[in-house]
Design a protein around this ligand. Structure first.
Ligand SMILES: Nc1ncnc2c1ncn2[C@@H]1O[C@H](COP(=O)(O)OP(=O)(O)OP(=O)(O)O)[C@@H](O)[C@H]1O
Length: 524
């Protein structure tokens, strides 16, 4: 079916009328191995609204989305979209007007924006080459205009900012569903998780435009400011049950957190450990270059927590990879406790006491097919083997079980394949695996991306404890609120150079945002 014909037959665009909810779910449930990931639940999403879906890691959000996207067959329940009941499992959701946009977007970086959008409509597979190109470009421009955005159609996706890529993902979904927007359901699964707050604003404003044009949007996010500021309604899942659906008007952040966690959380972040005076230098970077990073010189003391931030592409994303030997270091020296770290060799960095908790846990952080236990002992396998042969598997097993328990991952099932854990619980396991090495320097790349407020606090407590015990901690992140709360100081990078340094006394979310965007303070 072509997008045009799909659009013509979309439910709700005439067929379902304009009354009633966009999405109506009754008694939907899903179990895995006899455990409910979703207890039988009812839920409604109104027409033309942006509706946030929140919950702790493991509360059932992804399971719900996967049931709506046809990835899972629910065990029970009925689903109606714009007044029409869908057969379950949902087959070919696009034909019913459902588009799911995942965090990784699935765009091909070596193709242009136009080609990426065109793939969704199959234009490249049909004849009349340039004629179809022109038609496709025209259709894309019309969608962009309606949504109030500009799309550089002939630019390679690789050259776009992360926020622009998210917009392309959304436009592609709109195009795939058909030219109109009425009667569609867009499900956005943490589209802003890896974006800075200013970039995320572009995505949330486009979400609003989509809803204003008559579609409904389900927005999954752990970022509560976006939920409260940019969504009309919110639903909270806890332990697979729907515990709240209400308008966001008048809802406070602390009440929302209490609904999500089932308890009050008074403090979201731990303070960094007290420091009296200076402590010995532990990590020294001298004129370090690599990727966009240029001639960076920084000294981090024992027990210090130092943040690095900047706008997308300014260097704070690449620096941890350069320091960990995963991206080429093209110049400069890195020393840990006076010993030089060989460049471009991840093993040398680990041996020198540097541990990187990567930002993209699916690509760099976990071995999805292995169990949680296997994952957690991976970097320390050397201590259980001799010449590559396991010598102490009993100890390895018991250590692994202890580490998974210590990580706070729920459920504490060391032998489950890690892919069965929710995203946030995978992140807890990744952190445990590196903390087990007792690193001298911990490099944290977006440490709590996709992690709920309660689990985030647990992770950050562990990090603060490590610093209190004398480790140097470097946090690379676009989350200014978090950096301002947990760091002793924060450096702002612009085109790979430090352009501002904010000490603890001057740290605030606003000050960091201003330094990133306006480059106001220039370090002498
Ligand atoms: N394929 C699976 N097999 C077994 N259990 C699963 C599977 N997928 C999810 N689960 C379990 O179902 C529960 C709900 O997981 P789900 O991924 O839906 O949570 P989530 O709310 O999306 O979490 P997160 O915010 O961390 O992504 C969890 O306990 C999880 O371990």
């Amino acid at each position: 079916m072509t997008p045009e014909s799909a659009a013509a037959t979309l439910p709700g665009r005439g067929g379902g009328g304009t009354a009633g909810p966009a999405l109506q779910i009754e008694g939907l449930s899903k179990q895995f191995d006899g455990n409910y990931a979703l207890h039988p639940l009812d839920w409604e999403v109104k027409r033309g609204e942006v509706h946030a879906l929140c919950g702790q890691n493991g509360s059932g959000k992804s399971t719900m989305i996967k049931c709506l996207a046809g990835y899972y067959r629910p065990d029970s329940g009925r689903v109606s979209l714009f007044g029409r009941e869908l057969d379950l499992p949902v087959r070919n959701p696009a034909e019913h007007g459902i588009a799911v946009i995942h965090q990784d977007l699935g765009l091909a970086p070596e193709m242009t924006v136009l080609e990426n959008i065109g793939v969704a409509t199959g234009y490249g597979t049909r004849g009349f080459g340039w004629v179809r190109d022109r038609q496709e470009a025209k259709a894309c421009r019309e969608i962009a205009e309606r949504l109030g955005i500009e799309l550089p159609l002939n630019t390679l996706v690789a050259d776009l900012s992360p926020a622009q890529r998210a917009l392309v993902g959304l436009v592609r979904a709109v195009r795939a569903l058909g030219d109109g927007h009425e009667g569609h359901l867009f499900i956005l699964d943490e589209p802003t998780a890896s974006l800075s707050h200013s970039e995320a604003a572009q995505v949330t404003s486009m979400m609003r435009s989509v809803a204003d044009l008559g579609s409904s949007v389900i927005f999954v996010s752990h970022r509560l400011s976006e939920v409260l500021d940019d969504c009309d309604s919110v639903t909270v899942l806890r332990d697979g049950k729907r515990v709240l659906t209400r308008s966001t008007a008048g809802l406070t952040r602390s009440d929302l957190v209490a609904d999500i966690l089932g308890r009050r959380l008074t403090d979201y972040y731990p303070d960094p450990p007290e420091r009296s005076g200076t402590t010995p230098a532990q990590l020294v970077l001298e004129n370090v270059s690599g990727g966009v990073v240029k001639d960076l010189s920084v000294t981090v003391e024992k027990g210090e927590i130092v943040g690095f931030t900047g706008l997308a592409g300014m260097g704070h994303e690449e620096l941890p990879l350069v320091l960990a030997g995963k991206l080429p270091r093209t110049g400069g020296t890195v020393t840990v406790d006076g010993t030089a770290v060989e460049p471009n060799r991840p093993r040398a960095a680990i041996a020198a006491g540097l541990a990187l908790v990567p930002g993209n846990r699916h690509r760099d952080g976990v071995w999805l097919d292995a169990s949680a236990a296997e994952n957690v002992t991976l970097p320390s396998l050397g201590s259980f083997t001799r010449f590559g042969v396991a010598t102490n598997w009993r100890k390895e097993r018991s250590t692994a079980v202890d580490l998974v328990e210590e990580s706070g991952a729920v459920p504490a099932q060391p032998h489950w394949p890690i892919r069965q854990f929710s995203g946030g619980n995978q992140q807890k396991i990744v952190l445990s695996k590196w903390l087990h090495l007792d690193p001298t320097v911990l490099l944290l790349d977006e440490p709590t991306q996709g992690v709920d407020a309660g689990a985030s606090r647990q992770l950050l407590d562990r990090v603060a404890d490590l610093a209190a015990d004398g480790a140097s901690v470097l946090v690379f992140s676009g989350d200014h609120e978090q950096l301002a709360a947990i760091c002793h100081r924060v450096l702002v990078l612009h085109h790979g150079e430090v352009v501002a340094e904010l000490p603890r006394s001057e740290l605030s979310e606003e000050a960091l945002l201003e330094a990133c965007e306006q480059n106001v303070e220039v370090v002498a």
